[in-house]
Ligand binder design. Structure first.
Ligand SMILES: [Zn+2]
Length: 330
């Protein structure tokens, strides 16, 4: 009987990269993190990727012969088919970085290459919130909104590697909606990312005459910025202004969800990122709006939950993509 094989998942982020060995059931060994230091250039970046992978294998206490394949997830812009990072806005000054080829040559193993948000969605699909469904959409709420669409074991990469960029679906008019990080207006991200929640809170407070805890939080003695998490916590404690902001956020997210229901009719829509702290009340609000605005039959059937893997979703999903590459025999 042959020994079980393992997969390495590497998730490259703007500030750190995280890697771990993952077994055939999706269970990770302890992960390792190294600083990305994008400003030191892409040669340095590629070497750090290889170093992270080596460290992860060492941490798992395994020999190289037990590693079947490696999965690497990176932020866009990218060409998934060619295995290239093109011009990622948060990895300056990297340009046209041959990630898949480099890792393949460094380890002489099959390499799966994937967008980081898609990889996170695949991780949740494999062993997280979506482990019992056959199709799902993940929205990850952070500085922006990342997303991924999985239909029947397949990541929807799109023809130009931009499938699943669902933070940039338009929920408001492009000539007068809120300004998004992509430079355009009216995208979901401009309304419902953690950054957007804070921006909307500041604007609402300027026009709000009633008492609100938000004012003290904004004048925080320790000088820290108001966070989306604090807005959600305040809403849970009964702050009216915060409750309005949170309710509007659920409304915007539901517009995104109903667009996905009309497009791919998934079995599950999951939400990851800091706002998962908001609890069941927030999910219930999203469900209520989805019920009101969505196509009635699929909207009544779709499951809506929080994601489960936190920041491990990216490297677990990258390892899952590597496993899939091996299983498909390519
Ligand atoms: Zn946008």
């Amino acid at each position: 009987m042959s020994e079980p094989m393992f997969y390495v998942g590497l998730d490259v982020g703007g500030t750190t990269m995280k890697a771990a060995v993952v077994d055939d059931q999706g269970k990770p060994f302890p992960s390792v993190s190294l600083p990305t230091d994008a400003h030191l250039g892409q040669e340095h970046g590629l070497k750090t990727m290889a170093e992270s992978i080596r460290l992860a294998i060492q941490t798992a206490g395994l020999g190289m012969d037990r590693i079947a394949a490696i999965g690497v997830a990176t932020p866009g812009l990218m060409d998934i088919k060619l295995g290239l990072i093109l011009e990622p806005p948060n990895l300056k000054p990297w340009r046209n970085v041959p990630v898949a080829q480099y890792v393949r040559q460094a380890f002489n193993k099959p390499v799966a290459f994937q967008n980081d948000a898609n990889a996170a969605a695949f991780g949740e699909f494999w062993v997280g919130a979506g482990r019992d469904v056959s199709s799902m959409v993940l929205f990850t709420l952070g500085t922006g909104i990342g997303g991924g669409i999985i239909i029947g074991d397949r990541v929807i990469e799109g023809e130009h590697s931009h499938g699943g960029e669902i933070g940039h679906m338009r929920i408001d008019l492009p000539d007068r909606g809120r300004l998004c990080g992509c430079g355009r207006r009216g995208c979901l991200e401009a309304y419902a990312s953690a950054t957007a929640v804070v921006a909307r809170t500041r604007e609402a407070m300027a026009a709000y005459r009633g008492p609100t805890r938000m004012r003290e939080l904004l004048r925080d003695e320790d000088g820290s910025e108001l966070s989306a998490r604090e807005v959600f916590e305040s809403a849970a404690k009964g702050d009216h202004l915060a409750q309005e902001i949170v309710d509007d956020t659920a409304y915007y997210l539901a517009l995104g969800a109903t667009a996905m229901i009309a497009t791919v009719d998934p079995q599950l829509i999951a939400y990851g990122g800091g706002m998962s702290e908001a609890g069941d009340v927030f999910l219930a609000k999203i469900r209520e709006y989805v019920g009101r605005f969505g196509l009635s039959y699929p909207a009544s059937k779709v499951q809506i939950h929080y994601a489960q893997l936190g920041s491990d979703a990216g490297f677990i999903g990258a390892a899952g993509c590597a496993r899939q590459l091996v299983m498909s025999g390519s």
